[in-house]
Design a protein around this ligand. Structure first.
Ligand code: PNS
Length: 146
């Protein structure tokens, strides 16, 4: 059984994130979406609500589960008995960040990171953009996975 975690802040979880998970189901038997809780960061969207809405978005897919975690991503991967970390890359600006994180996680936990490219139509969608629109009172429903 080939398993992965898909870690992130997911504040909020976008249609781009959901697309990565669905496409990665061709590679993995099970994916656990891990909402990383950073005690020093104050999220805009309530974590319990995010957990529920992501679970609802994948209600039709028993091979996907959703959890929150604190601490290191490699420790969460070990708890989940996951062999891989899955991440999405939208653009070249994401690349250095992902490369450094993959390298750190490889050294810390001996775990490989698998990167999938975001589909071009979702490449401009980021949690930062969606938060910004939300905080300016715009309708963000088109960007949220459901
Ligand atoms: O969606 P994000 O903000 O890019 O996700 C970042 C996340 C949560 C994957 C990253 O910050 C993380 O792994 N945090 C947990 C702490 C950790 O493991 N740090 C070492 C890896 S660089």
């Amino acid at each position: 059984m080939r398993t992965a975690i898909f870690p992130g802040s997911f504040d909020p979880f976008t249609i781009g994130h959901a697309d990565i998970v669905r496409r990665a189901l061709t590679l993995f038997d099970h994916i656990t979406i891990g909402i990383g809780i950073n005690a020093e960061k104050r999220p805009v969207f309530d974590v319990e609500e995010r957990l529920q809405s992501i679970a609802a978005a994948f209600g039709d897919e028993p091979r996907v589960s959703v959890k929150t975690y604190t601490g290191l991503t490699v420790d969460f991967a070990r708890e989940e008995q996951a062999e891989f970390i899955l991440r999405g890359v939208r653009c070249v600006a994401d690349f250095e960040y992902e490369r450094n994180m993959a390298e750190a996680n490889k050294q810390l936990g001996g775990i490989e990171t698998i990167l999938l490219y975001t589909r071009p139509e979702y490449a401009h969608i980021s949690s930062t953009l969606v938060r910004d629109l939300y905080q300016h009172g715009r309708d963000i429903s088109q960007y949220i996975a459901r």
